[in-house]
Design a protein. Structure first.
Length: 96
């Protein structure tokens, strides 16, 4: 099943923030479905989530799609393990 065949989610992201060539932090990346859709345009994307099983799925999906510019980390939005200025864009979408 393709969740966004018209790529409206990615278009909405690109309309909101310039992602091309940027270091992107995606908070609440889940299974990486959205991450995989825009990762070809960015310099590097790091997806974080609090669900280890979802991160395993995200890593596997990136590997299967031969996406080289992705990292995934187990982390909470309130306790990010990164230094300031590590990213140029932060995304927080579809998370609660």
């Amino acid at each position: 099943m393709i969740s966004d065949p018209e790529h409206r989610e990615v278009q909405a992201l690109q309309d909101t923030a310039a992602l091309a060539g940027k270091r992107v932090l995606e908070i609440g990346c889940g299974d990486g479905r959205l991450t995989r859709q825009y990762s070809a345009d960015v310099r590097r994307v790091t997806g974080v989530d609090i669900d280890a099983a979802e991160l395993r799925t995200a890593r596997a999906g990136a590997w299967e799609a031969s996406i080289q510019r992705t990292d995934f980390a187990l982390a909470s939005a309130t306790g990010l393990p990164f230094q300031r200025s590590s990213f140029e864009v932060a995304l927080y979408s579809w998370s609660f």
